[in-house]
Design a protein around this ligand. Structure first.
Ligand SMILES: Nc1ncnc2c1ncn2[C@@H]1O[C@H](COP(=O)(O)OP(=O)(O)OP(=O)(O)O)[C@@H](O)[C@H]1O
Ligand SMILES: [Mg+2]
Length: 395
């Protein structure tokens, strides 16, 4: 049944309009008419026809001009237009095509030909309308999903944030117990040490998640002060003492000779070191070693820190992906990968790049370990000093 399909017939001659109407109405179409181009333009916006049969030769505004107007307007662009013409010249057909016409009919109009053309264009229009409706639905769902995602992110942020205080209390209590381990019975000393390590791991994860959020929202700016990498690394290494001993992993640390102080945010860079060292210990087999080296590279205007392990290494295809928090989801889903939550290196990259440094992985091939390297500039760039002065801090 075609009754819901509306066709607008545009022709300056009453006789032609009546003829087309007489053919279309019995086919089940709702027919409206216009006797000039401007009248047609006026009707179309409100009528929203499913198809337009358009005469070419009309005074005032010809069919080409009407067609161009319809096809140039976003809201009427998809309405199919059939040019009805007594003209047979190729040039006119070309001109009609250029104006955006979808098909042609020659006068005098043949009923069968009219029926075929109209049906086929209306079918295409129905597909287009369905497609458009689906786009609309998808866009709406997308918007809803985006807002749900944002709510979920905010909720997760709140939960993670609220975990940090009780966690700090537990860690503090356990550290007190560990300090008095001599008074603890039997194996409890070792147990408490293990619990302190686990708490620190969870705390690191919480901090990574919170900082990645902040950096994403550009709320975390490094608070840089001249600092010594040696002192900072010594502190981090001592935090991993128990863990390394448990795994019988020796941490070799070659203190950088003559490495000057560099502008750094000690809290952030300590956590970069902690993440790299944690990974190195995690992925190094028991009994092997992890090496840390700091190098002063005055020619490049930077210092370079290297954390080398003797684990299984990492295939080159992952060398970039592991620094990307979105890629981590895929990596974690791929078979045989184990580890933490996959945000550690994403955090490291954000933190190092916020210092205008670089971070990368050198892997020495299958079974020959990984070396994670990062650089920090020896002096702050002018741009970064200005940015720090404009936005003094948000941590
Ligand atoms: N030293 C390493 N040797 C081999 N693979 C590594 C090493 N360090 C990181 N990776 C790989 O890179 C991935 C990403 O490391 P990242 O530190 O970001 O996450 P994670 O350690 O899995 O979890 P998180 O640090 O959040 O607890 C790891 O899951 C692991 O597959
Ligand atoms: Mg990690």
């Amino acid at each position: 049944m075609n009754s819901e399909k509306k066709i607008l017939v545009v022709d300056d001659e009453q006789r032609n309009v009546r003829l087309l109407k007489a053919l279309l109405v019995p086919m089940g179409y709702a027919v409206q008419t216009a006797l000039s181009g401007p009248e047609a333009i006026g009707i179309i916006e409100t009528l929203r026809p499913d198809l337009v049969l358009l005469d070419i030769m009309m005074p005032e505004m010809d069919g080409f001009a009407v067609c161009r107007r319809l096809k140039g307007n976003e809201s009427t662009r998809t309405i199919p237009v059939i040019m009805v013409t007594a003209l047979h010249g190729k040039e006119d057909r070309l001109k009609a095509m250029e104006a955006g016409a979808d098909d042609f009919l020659s006068k005098p109009v043949d009923a069968t030909e009219l029926s075929i053309r109209v049906k086929s264009l209306l079918r295409i229009k129905t597909y287009q309308d369905d497609l458009q409706a689906s786009y609309g639905e998808i866009a709406e769902k997308n918007e809803r999903l985006a807002s749900l995602h944002q709510m979920k992110e905010q909720l997760m942020h709140m939960i993670v944030h609220d975990l940090s205080n009780p966690l700090a209390n537990i860690t503090w209590g356990l550290e007190l117990l560990a300090a008095g381990r001599d008074e603890l019975p039997g194996a409890f000393g070792g147990l408490v040490d293990g619990l302190v390590c686990s708490c620190r791991d969870v705390n690191d994860m919480v901090q990574n998640i919170l900082d990645v959020y902040k950096m994403d929202e550009e709320k975390l700016k490094p608070l840089k002060k001249a600092g010594s990498l040696d002192g900072l690394i010594a502190e981090v290494v001592s935090l991993f003492d128990v863990k390394a001993r448990e795994r019988k992993i020796a941490i070799q640390w070659e203190e950088g000779s003559g490495v000057p102080t560099v502008p750094l945010d000690a809290v952030l860079i300590k956590r970069v070191m902690a993440n790299l060292l944690n990974n190195a210990i995690r992925y190094t087999p028991t009994g092997e070693e992890v090496t840390i080296a700091v190098a002063h590279m005055p020619d490049q205007g930077e210092v370079c820190v290297r954390v080398r392990d003797s684990g299984k290494g990492l295939e080159p295809e992952y060398h970039e992906k592991i620094f990307d928090k979105f890629e981590q989801v895929h990596l974690r889903m791929s078979a045989g990968r184990s580890g933490g939550h996959g945000l550690g290196l994403a955090f490291c990259r954000m933190a190092v790049e916020a210092h205008e440094g670089r971070i990368w992985l050198e892997s020495h091939g299958d079974g020959r370990g990984c070396t994670f390297c990062f650089t920090l500039p020896l002096v702050e760039s002018e741009a970064s000093t200005e940015a720090a002065m404009e936005a003094p801090l948000a941590r």
